[in-house]
Design a protein around this ligand. Structure first.
Ligand SMILES: O=C(O)CCC(=O)C(=O)O
Length: 386
């Protein structure tokens, strides 16, 4: 029976300093897979080319379906991931963002490096942000955007940056709206009342989204290469658009790695670690990875959605009682990102409450009636035991 990938991935995550070499991102010049990119093991025998996939398929949910909320709840509980159709995002915008990504990644490497992510920075062009936890390099390049892409876009296209910026801005606005709608459906599926959801909508007004554009070039030896290694997202949820090329795989208990096939106009919704915390462990944050192939270039665009800064995320009061004590202590997104940045896939376990050793929490919960979710002056969500 397949077990969580953290137990089976042989390349154990640890912080590694890779000296940056520009030719590492010049994939077209690499006719063979260099040893630095050759993974000895993925922790299993499944790759896109081998065709050995799990038999189950990730649920596809039509958001116009009157039962959408219920279906989302089932998908969240048993997968932590689903695809959506009829989500309200115009196909033309998905085509535009794909074209914007293509125009960026098809620039010469020396030009892309003008917008290189600083060693202590978050935004810009560079290798996968999680690379530093793995001894082998990943067959991908990425571009991270927080807020306006203007500065980096000017570096990339000094005379012609406006179109890229306009598309990114429109995409961010639309994704933010969709993320809010999905949050309402997901929280609704957890039995949070309408009144609570109104409060949540207030709370999410200041919510943030980062964008990650990923490019997976054609690979000369895909069975030994990894596009993006297995990880969970440190978000509430992530909305992923993939072009017509397969590569995304999600890990499901008892099934193993399952490919998420691209559907025209569809979007993949991954639950992140913060939603796992909110749901008090009812909904898993999904492990996922991206594989590469030798035939087609692959592109994906992730919208990484998290709460406003200062908001403390903790198990929802409505989901806590004497038999379901809170599994995690409250954290802000930035605090959690700090923990994840240091401890990677162990981050959730580091904020987990050991309830056996914490009789005071048990006592408080047993005597406390769950409260509505509120936001205090510090924009802190009141906890069940607050
Ligand atoms: O390219 C993909 O399918 C996955 C991207 C991803 O997981 C990420 O950007 O965090």
């Amino acid at each position: 029976m397949p077990s969580r990938p953290s137990l089976v991935v042989k390349e154990q995550p640890r912080l590694i300093h890779h000296p940056r070499k520009n030719h590492d991102l010049d994939f077209q010049s690499l006719k063979e897979l260099p040893d630095s990119f050759a993974w000895s093991s993925f922790g299993d025998s499944c790759s896109v080319e081998s065709g050995i996939f799990g038999s189950d398929t990730v649920p596809v949910i039509n958001l116009n379906d009157p039962k959408a909320q219920q279906l989302i709840g089932l998908a969240c509980k048993s997968w932590g991931v689903f695809q959506v159709t009829n989500h309200g995002i115009q196909k033309s915008l998905l085509d535009d963002i794909e074209a914007a990504g293509k125009s960026l990644f098809s620039l010469p490497v020396h030009q892309k490096l003008k917008a290189a992510r600083a060693s202590d920075g978050v935004t810009g062009y560079g290798p996968a942000r999680i690379s530093s936890f793995f001894p082998k390099r990943m067959w991908s390049e990425g571009f991270t955007i927080l807020g306006s892409p203007l500065d980096h876009a000017r570096q990339l296209w000094p005379n012609d940056y406006k179109k890229f910026c306009d598309i990114i801005e429109e995409y961010q606005t639309e994704m933010n709206q969709l993320a809010k709608k999905l949050m309402q459906l997901i929280l609704g599926s957890l039995g949070i009342s309408n009144q609570d959801i109104v409060n949540w909508a207030d709370l999410l007004e200041g919510a943030n989204g980062a964008m990650q554009l990923n490019s997976y070039p054609i690979c000369p030896d895909p069975n030994r290469a990894m596009g993006l290694a297995a990880h969970t997202d440190s978000t509430l949820l992530t909305i992923l658009h993939q072009n017509r090329t397969s590569g995304l795989q999600v890990f499901r208990e008892r099934t193993g790695w399952v490919t998420v096939p691209p559907i025209s106009g569809g979007l993949v919704i991954n639950l992140g670690d913060l939603l796992h915390i909110l749901s008090n462990g009812q909904y898993p944050s999904v492990y996922h990875r991206a594989m590469v192939n030798r035939i087609q270039h692959r592109l994906s665009v992730a919208y990484l959605y998290g709460p406003a800064s200062g908001v403390r995320i903790h198990p929802l009061p409505n989901l806590i009682d004497a038999t379901h004590p809170p599994l995690y202590r409250p954290v802000t997104w930035s605090e959690y990102l700090g923990i994840k940045g240091e401890h990677f896939n162990k981050a959730l376990s580091l904020i987990r409450i050991n309830n056996n050793n914490n009789p005071s929490i048990m006592g408080l919960i047993a005597s406390d009636k769950p409260k509505d979710i509120n936001v205090d002056s510090d924009k802190t969500i009141l906890t069940a035991f607050g």
